[in-house]
Structure formats: C-alpha cells, structure tokens
Design a protein around this ligand. Sequence first.
Ligand code: NAD
Length: 505
Amino acid sequence: MSDFLSNFEKANKNAKRLSNKILIDGKLISPSTNNKIDVINPSTGENIGEAPQCNKVEVDLAVKSSLNAFKEWKKVPARERGRLVELGARKLEQRRDEIETLLALDTGNALRTQAKPETSASIELTRMFAGLSGEIKGENYPPNIANTLHYTTRDPIGVVCAIVPWNAPLFLTVAKIAPAIVAGNTVVLKTAEQAPFCALLLVEIFQQELPPGVLNVISGYGEECGEPLLSHPDVRKITFTGSFNVGKIIAQKAAPKLCPVTLELGGKNPNIIMSDADLDIAIPGVIDGMRYTRQGQACTAGSRVYIQEKIYEKVLDGVVDRLKNLKMGNALDENSDVGAIISEDQMKRTLHYMNIAKENSSTKVLHGGNQKKGGEYQEGFFYEPTLLSGVPVKSPVCQEEIFGPVACAIPFKSFDEVIESANDTPFGLSAVLWTQNLSRALQFVEEIDAGFVQVNQCVAPRANVSYGGLKMSGLGKEYAFDSMINHFTQSKTVLINRGSSNIDE
Ligand code: NAD
C-alpha cells in the first residue's frame, strides 16, 4: 500500500470511530441530540463523519462532570498534576502518526509541511507546561504590619470553557488545556465544527492519564453550543481563539458574571522589506510569513507585503519564482506543500475578496488568482497561492482578514511612511521587518502596533514564546509560563497575625 493510502486509511478509521461522539467523564459517548454536522475532508469534499450538534443539554452534562472533577483535581499536588500531564504527552508521542494524519484529514492542512510540525509543536507545548507545574506559586511580602505574615497564593479558578477554531485545532487546544489543567482547573472544550476529530482524539488520548472529568469535549455551533457553555454559571474562565466578531460577543456574554476572558483573535499583518534587507532570507520570508503552505489560514499570515521601492520588482520576481515551485495537492500526500482550504464557506470568502480585487483596474495578479478545478482538485477546496499588486491600501482586500491564500504587495518610499500605513488597521497581532540596520529594527519594535514582532525572521508561534495581539487582535498572551499564571490562576492575599511571641513566658 502506498504511504498516501495508508495515511488515509489510518485517519479515516479514527474519523469513523470518533464520528458523532463527545467525551464526558473520560468516556466517548453518543450525545442525546440527534442533530449532527457533516464533517468534510477539504481535500476531496467527501464526508468523513459527523460532529454532534450539541446544545444546552450536553453543555450541562459536560460542565457538571468538570465541576465534580474540579473538587478533587485542585487538591492534587501541582507536581503530581504536571507528572500526569507529562504522561499524557508521552501517550501523544506514541500515537503521533494517528494524530497527525487525522489532523491533515480534518483540516486539509498538508501532512508534511503543516500537520506533522503542528503535532510536534503541540507535544512540546504540553511538555513545557507539565514541567512548569512546580512554578505555580505566589509571593511573600515584607512584614508591613507588626507580627503579620503577608503572602499571596496562586489557586486554580474552576471550570474553564475553551473554544477553538479549525485552522490549527491541535496546537490551539493544547495551548488552552495544558496550562489550565496543570494549574488545577478542569476544562470543557468546544471543538470547531469544521475540524472536530483531531482535537477529540488528542483529548481522548490525554484523558487516559487523568481522572475522569478533568477534560470534557463537546462539539457544535457557536450560538447553540458555545454560548450556553460560556454563559454557564459554573464556568469561571473563558479562553477563546477565533475571529474578532465572535470574540466581541464572548466578551459581552462574559461581562454580566465578570468572568475573565482570554481572546486570541485575527490580524492583518504587515511583512515589511527594507531596501537594505538580506534578500536571500527576506524573499523566502514572504512565502513563510504569509503561511502559504497553510493556505494563508493563519492568524499570523503576513498578508500585507510592504516592499521598499528600490527593490520592489526584484523581490516580487523572487517571490513569484518560489510560489511557482509550491506543489498543491491532497493533504495526506506527503508530496504536497500546500493543502486545501477548510470549507466551501471559506472558499467563498476568498473568492469574494478576489472579486473585489479584480474589479479594481489597478490590480495585477502576479501569481495564482484562481480556484483549482479538474483532476485531483475537482471536488476539494483548492485555491492557488496568490500574490497581488496594485490593490489600494484602503481596499477591504488590504484592510480585512481574508484568512485565505491571498497577499497584497505594497510599495513604499520611506520607513516613516510604511510604519504609518502598517499601523493603519484596527488589528495589532503580528509584524515582521527585514533590515540590516539595527537602529531601524529597534525603531520598528518601538513604533509598530503589534503583540508579536519579529525582525529578520518570521517563525510560527511556539512553546515558550509569549504570543497574543494588541488592539482588536485580542486580550492576553498564550504559549508561555505567564499565560498559565495570568489566565488560569487566581490570587488570594493572606495576612496572618501570629500574635505576641511571649505568650508562654
Ligand atoms: P470563528 O470565530 O468563526 O469560530 C471560532 C470558534 O468559535 C468555533 O469553535 C465556533 O464554533 C465558535 N463560535 C462561533 N460563534 C460563537 C458564539 N456566538 N459563541 C461561542 N462560540 C462561538 O473563527 P474561525 O473561522 O473558526 O477561525 C478563524 C479566526 O480565528 C481568524 O480570525 C483567525 O485569525 C483567528 N485565529 C486567531 C489565532 C490567534 O492566536 N490570535 C489563532 C488561530 C486563529
């Protein structure tokens, strides 16, 4: 059997097994609702199973299970919780080929370039949080009141609601569940309706090392399942990754119960190349930065490519040459560099923005610009990696998050001009500058409005790199120790007056 077929068989078997299942109290069960959401393989358009369309009934069941588990889990010593999470990470390692193939099947993200690295990064992130379990500690204060011991604690909060999107469902799930449970909380995870299976498999494997109910998983639509979950009175913390529009609803729904919220939202990120940049790294940096090999479906995608006028044509030629070499194909085929867009809806979104771009007479399609049809592409959702020039910077194509494989090249004259234009967006997630001028690089760091800033590289967020957005791109940071402490613990201030020391005299 070819590698491709064996990958497909492995993934399909897990998808069928997990179809129409939720995970409650440590067991995969069928929900009480008969309503289901079709889950589609983006590479072929074929149905690979169903996700339960959960509602308030399953929400109540999952929250009850998590609340019960919390009563004991919070008492487990932190190092022991870390040890159990490390055991979970080992289990993930042992079954990584199942996880990464299901991830590619579920999301359409290419196995070699995306699903494998995402699985590795997820295991590493789990391990990192497990190892930090002993660091969850408060502070001692100097005795400002006579005879008084003064300190703070760091305690778990309770039941956490975690809601994730489909674009990197494994890594984003781990970024929430690992720090939450190491810190002593329990979690109800709502998976993304488009890609529910790989997150469910991950938690199913992980949960084997944990007491039942520490992690519960449900699936469904935002309004019907996500909203009752986050509004549930026993949910005391919400952690969300997704779009700004939904993030805003979540903040509003959390407000009446003063529930703390972490929001990791969208971006429209600048990737800026100065004329003194080392083009041997900056040109591939445009391709990497745009996350073309994830079909541009990344919050960090550098979709506004600013190039200083002197080197504009040279950089565009270099980028286009490289785009020509990207092989698009079935996500489970290890020869594919680029996979498929997640769904028909997301394809329509890309087509919508491309129509706006093409209506503009100044737009030039430098590469791509078409949906791929015919042959192996016929039934899947494939769109060519696309680079445009001539799109006005005020066009929605340059202002709004497309979350598809379309980037706009924008020439600029001066550093001041490009900073002003790069900051002229309601978003503030990530930003990249390519230059060999140290002074410029430091000025960029000072002046750019972004929560994740890189110079002369554009690596993806990873373990121990604190990541999050400014402005409309979010609230709070993830992936590093501070996220565990800031998002998943609460503090008590304790004053203990020891009384007089001469009571026995
Ligand atoms: P989305 O906001 O439509 O959905 C995300 C999740 O929220 C899904 O599970 C969905 O079911 C749920 N949801 C939808 N409506 C809801 C509601 N009213 N109440 C509760 N839950 C609701 O986003 P998407 O299309 O799945 O993902 C793409 C977005 O995610 C992009 O904007 C992207 O930039 C963002 N994203 C951000 C980061 C980051 O770290 N900043 C990472 C990945 C993706």
